[in-house]
Design a protein around this ligand. Structure first.
Ligand SMILES: Nc1nc2c(c(=O)[nH]1)N[C@H]1C(S)=C(S)[C@@H](COP(=O)(O)O)O[C@H]1N2
Ligand SMILES: [Mo]
Length: 326
């Protein structure tokens, strides 16, 4: 057990950690139990108390369920347990709302109603979608993906969304289109991360892919996680998930998708080109100047608040899907 350690620096309160199945089912369970006149046995007592309270964090996660999706059997599970919803929902990177991991309270100011995503550039059928259009038009599916941040921590997350290839089909890029740029929500009155006041950061957050990467079957646009709408801290209402690349390639809260002839400038690549290359494929043999990438801390894999050191896999374990692209 030498590989299992308590997560100290992250200071997550134990009472906020509840397995998602327990958390997401227990209110229904309680309703049913009450309705049937059953008094649920509460052992330990603590569990009873917890199940009746809703923490502020849980309220940010307890969003409407997405009804119409199928689990894609090819991605029904990974080689490690799914990270608990309450852990993934409070250990985030979302620079627009702060430089730390604990941005979930601030991220609640993200205005997600009447969201529009403009898809434009070198395409035959430019479109502006609202979220209902997206959920209706694209076949939603659930996929469990390994998730690997360049800071050398990892999770396993059950996304709900659709493959980017479906969007390509809908808008028909022209033959000139070679790259795609994704732009995140930006409003300096609302997104008040530390760098906004320095005036030097290349906002809005943008990321990019080659068309071939976007067309790969793994490239995904998520509108949900854990079977529900995407919480704001995870990049509501729609974000990229590119599981063979470091997490920063997955722009959150996307408002614009543009098909381009040449490689776009991107947020982290502009800030630190020698730390964040455009390609950013997970590669254990290529150390980042500040983090060896040989291993990763898999968050929350033990009982309670633990991390587990695991060997990092080339392409984050997705080589069979993507190695031929490079
Ligand atoms: N707009 C935006 N998107 C972003 C980021 C960000 O700061 N702003 N951080 C990235 C990084 S570094 C990571 S690891 C993932 C984190 O996603 P999660 O918080 O949902 O786990 O989001 C990525 N997308
Ligand atoms: Mo990251």
């Amino acid at each position: 057990m030498t590989l299992i350690r308590i997560i100290k620096p992250w200071q997550i309160k134990v009472n906020q950690i509840t397995p998602p199945q327990v958390y997401f089912n227990r209110r229904r369970f309680l309703r049913n139990a009450v309705g049937a006149g059953i008094i649920a046995a509460c052992a330990p007592l603590n569990a009873c108390k917890q199940s009746l309270s809703e923490s502020p964090l849980e309220n940010t996660l307890n969003l409407p369920k997405i009804n119409s999706f199928k689990t894609n059997p090819a991605f029904a599970q990974v080689d490690r347990p799914i990270t608990e919803a309450t852990l993934a929902g409070q250990y985030n990177n979302f620079y627009e709302f702060g430089g730390g991991k604990n941005i979930w309270p601030k991220a609640q100011s993200l205005p997600t109603e009447n969201w529009r995503v403009e898809v434009t550039g070198l395409v035959n059928h430019p479109q502006t979608y609202d979220l209902d259009d997206i959920k209706r038009k694209f076949p939603l599916e659930e996929r469990v993906y390994r998730f690997r941040c360049v800071e050398a921590w990892s999770m396993a997350l059950p996304w709900v969304g659709f493959p980017m290839s479906a969007l390509i089909k809908a808008v028909e890029p022209t033959s000139q289109a070679k790259f795609v740029r994704f732009t995140s929500f930006y409003d300096p009155k609302i997104t008040t991360g530390p760098g906004f006041h320095l005036g030097k950061l290349p906002w809005p957050y943008q990321e990019g892919l080659t068309i071939a990467e976007m067309a790969n079957e793994l490239a995904f646009l998520a509108v949900g996680i854990y079977g529900r709408d995407l919480p704001k801290q995870h990049g509501a209402p729609i974000r990229m998930v590119i599981p063979w690349k470091y997490g920063f390639k997955g722009a959150k809260s996307i408002v614009k998708i543009e098909f381009l002839e040449s490689q776009p400038a991107t947020y982290w690549n502009t800030l630190g080109p020698n730390e964040y290359d455009f390609e950013a494929n997970v590669n254990p043999d290529k150390p980042h100047p500040r983090w060896s990438q040989a291993t990763e801390k898999f968050i929350g894999s033990g009982p309670g608040l633990t991390w587990e050191i695991r060997e990092t896999l080339p392409y984050n374990g997705y080589g069979e899907y993507v190695a031929s692209l490079y």
